[in-house]
Ligand binder design. Structure first.
Ligand code: FPP
Length: 239
C-alpha cells in the first residue's frame, strides 16, 4: 500500500446497521451500537495508512423522519461515543469536527459535540468530520444564502459569486474534496451526501455491512483506489 498514493481525504457513507441487526434478529439500535466499533476501526486504520481527513455520514437530515425511539438511540450513541472516545481521540492526535445543522440536536448532544471539538482542538494527525443532521442540498442552499447576504450587505460583488466562493461557504471548506468515497452495504447512491465535493471523487462500494467494516476493509478500498487513474475530466499524458 505504501508504494501507491494514499487518499488524503476519505469520506464514508456508513450504511447497513439495520440489516446487520436484522440478520441477527436484534433491534436496530444494536446495529448502530455495533457500528460505533467500526468507527474506531476506521479512525485507527486511517491513522495507520496516513489518511489525513476522514468524513463520516453519521446522521442525515432525512434521518429525523425515523421512529422517535431510533432517533433517540442514535443521539444517545453519539453522546456515548464522545464520552467514551474523546480522551483516546485526543491522545491519538485526532481532531473532531461536527458538520451539519447542530441547532436541531437536543441540548445535551449539542453540548457533547461542542465539548469534543474543544477538547480535541490540538489534534493534527487526523481530522475526523462527523456529519450529523447533515444534508448536502441543505449545505449548498446555506452557502447560497450566506453569499446572498454578503451581496445584499455590499461586502461581496455579484460577479465574485463563483465556484470558489461557494466552495468557501461549505462546511467542508477547510479540508478540500474527498479523494475516495466508500459506501458500505452495496447501495449505489449518494443519498444527499457531499454532492458538490464528490465531483471528481473515486467511488468504492463494498457489500460489507457497516458494523463488519474493519481496517482491512479500509485497506482494500485504498488498494482499489491506487489502481484508478484520476483524470479530473482531462486526458492523460499517455493518451
Ligand atoms: C445507516 O444504517 C447508519 C446510520 C443511519 C447511522 C450511523 C451511525 C453509526 C455508525 C453509529 C454511531 C456513530 C458515531 C460517529 C457516534 P441504516 O440504519 O440505514 O441501515 P439499513 O440500511 O441496513 O437499515
Amino acid at each position: 500500500m505504501r508504494s501507491g498514493p494514499i487518499p488524503r481525504h476519505v469520506a464514508i457513507i456508513m450504511d447497513g446497521n439495520g440489516r446487520w441487526a436484522r440478520e441477527r434478529r436484534l433491534p436496530r439500535p444494536l446495529g448502530h451500537r455495533a457500528g460505533m466499533k467500526a468507527v474506531r476501526e476506521t479512525v485507527e486504520g486511517a491513522i495507520e495508512a496516513g489518511v489525513e481527513v476522514v468524513t463520516l455520514f453519521a446522521f442525515s437530515e432525512e434521518n429525523w423522519q425515523r421512529p422517535h425511539d431510533e432517533i433517540s438511540a442514535l443521539m444517545d450513541l453519539l453522546e456515548e461515543y464522545i464520552a467514551r472516545e474523546a480522551q483516546e481521540l485526543r491522545q491519538q492526535g485526532v481532531r473532531v469536527h461536527v458538520l451539519g445543522d447542530r441547532s436541531r440536536l437536543v441540548p445535551s448532544a449539542r453540548g457533547a459535540v461542542e465539548r469534543v471539538e474543544r477538547d480535541t482542538a490540538s489534534g493534527a494527525k487526523l481530522q475526523l468530520n462527523l456529519c450529523i443532521s447533515y444534508s448536502s442540498r441543505g449545505e449548498i442552499a446555506r452557502a447560497a444564502r450566506l453569499l446572498a447576504e454578503e451581496v445584499l450587505k455590499g461586502t461581496k460583488k455579484l460577479e465574485d459569486v463563483d465556484e470558489e466562493a461557494i466552495r468557501a461557504k461549505l462546511y467542508t471548506a477547510p479540508w478540500g474534496d474527498p479523494d475516495l468515497l466508500i459506501r458500505t452495504s452495496g447501495e449505489q447512491r449518494l443519498s444527499n451526501f457531499l454532492l458538490w465535493q464528490l465531483a471528481y471523487t473515486e467511488l468504492y462500494i463494498t457489500p460489507v455491512l457497516w458494523p463488519d467494516f474493519t481496517r482491512q476493509t479500509l485497506v482494500d478500498a485504498i488498494l482499489d483506489y491506487q489502481r484508478r487513474e484520476r483524470r479530473f475530466g482531462k486526458v492523460t499524458a499517455s493518451s
